[in-house]
Design a protein around this ligand. Structure first.
Ligand code: FE2
Length: 284
C-alpha cells in the first residue's frame, strides 16, 4: 500500500571538506524517513544547515528524537522539569541564569570534554539575532587529522591530553576571584586521547579550549603543540562559518568538529534554542 513519495530532499555542499545544506520540507524531517541519511551526512560532512526551516520548539524536539537519544541538560532532571525542553543560548541572564558559563563558547571547543562520552550532536535554531556578529564557526577535526603529514600523525597518535573546564573559563575571565577559580577547579580534570580512534575506523583530533596540557610534556612544548594543531585544524580548508538567518537550524557532529561563536553585543537579545543527542561512543 505504501507508495514512493518523492519529497524534496536536496543536499548542497557548502565547502569542500565541511558543511552541507539540506533543503527539504518540515514533514520530511519530522517523519524521520530521512533520519539515517541525515546521520550519515552529519558524520561525513560535520555540519548540516537547514536554511530557514523554521521549526517550532516542539518540532525541533521531535526532529531530535528521530536522530537518536534526546540528551537532557545537566541538572534538568533534578530540577524536576517535566518532559523534553530546548535550552536557551543567550547572554541574557534573565533568560539563562548560567549565561556567564556560555562565554567559554567564544573560543574553539567541542562539548563534553569533561565526560568520557561526549554528546553526539547539537541542533541549534536561531530565534533572535544580533545586528552584527554572532556567526558560528565550525571546523572538521576528521579532515584536519587526515591531512596531517604521516610522520606527524604517527607522532601525535599516542599522546594523551589533560582537559579542565577552568582552562576554558580563563579565556573569558583571566583574573577570577579565588572563590571562582576554586569552584571551576572543583569540576576536576579529564584525560583524553589527542587522536580519537572512532569505532568507524576514522580518526579525529581532540583539541579545544579545555585542553590544558599534553601528558609528559613541559608547559611550553605542550602549549606549542596544542596551538599548532588548533591553528592547523581551523584553517579555511577545514572550516565553515555560518551566518544565521531567523529560522535557520544547524545540526553538527560534536565528535568530529569544533565550534565557536563570533563576538556580538551581549545586550542584543541574540537567542538560540538548542537540543542535543546523547553520546554513543566514548573518546578512547
Ligand atoms: Fe559548545
Amino acid at each position: 500500500m505504501a507508495t514512493a513519495v518523492s519529497s524534496r530532499f536536496e543536499v548542497i555542499d557548502l565547502a569542500p571538506k565541511i558543511g552541507s545544506a539540506i533543503r527539504c520540507d518540515k514533514q520530511t524531517l519530522l517523519g524521520g524517513e530521512r533520519a539515517q541519511d541525515i546521520r550519515e551526512i552529519m558524520e561525513r560532512r560535520g555540519v548540516i544547515v537547514f536554511p530557514e526551516i523554521g521549526l517550532t520548539d516542539e518540532e525541533q524536539i521531535a526532529f531530535t528524537h528521530t536522530l537518536g537519544t534526546f540528551a537532557h541538560e545537566e541538572g534538568e532532571r533534578s530540577e524536576g522539569k517535566p518532559g523534553d525542553t530546548v535550552y536557551p543560548i543567550t547572554m541574557d541572564s534573565s533568560i539563562n541564569p548560567n549565561a556567564d558559563y556560555l562565554k567559554g563558547a567564544f573560543y574553539w571547543h567541542l562539548d563534553g570534554t569533561m565526560s568520557d562520552k561526549p554528546i553526539l550532536a547539537s541542533i541549534m535554531s536561531a530565534r533572535a539575532l544580533a545586528p552584527t556578529g554572532g556567526e558560528t564557526d565550525f571546523c572538521n577535526t576528521y579532515a584536519a587529522f587526515d591531512d596531517l603529514p604521516e610522520e606527524e600523525k604517527r607522532a601525535i597518535e599516542p599522546l594523551q591530553v589533560v582537559h579542565a573546564m577552568w582552562r576554558s573559563q580563563l579565556y573569558w575571565k583571566p583574573e577570577p576571584s579565588f572563590a571562582e577559580l576554586n569552584a571551576w577547579i572543583g569540576r576536576g580534570t579529564n584525560t583524553l586521547p589527542l587522536v580519537w580512534k572512532h569505532r568507524s575506523g576514522r580518526k579525529s583530533l581532540v583539541l579545544g579550549a579545555t585542553a590544558l596540557q599534553v601528558e609528559g610534556m613541559g608547559i611550553a612544548e605542550s602549549e606549542r603543540l596544542l596551538v599548532k594543531l588548533r591553528d592547523w585544524a581551523t584553517q579555511p580548508q577545514f572550516s565553515y562559518r555560518h551566518t544565521w538567518k531567523i529560522g535557520d537550524m544547524v545540526l553538527w557532529d560534536n565528535t568530529g568538529t569544533m565550534h565557536r561563536a563570533l563576538p556580538y553585543d551581549h545586550r542584543s537579545g541574540r537567542l538560540m534554542h538548542r537540543t542535543k543527542l546523547e553520546g554513543e561512543e566514548a573518546f578512547a
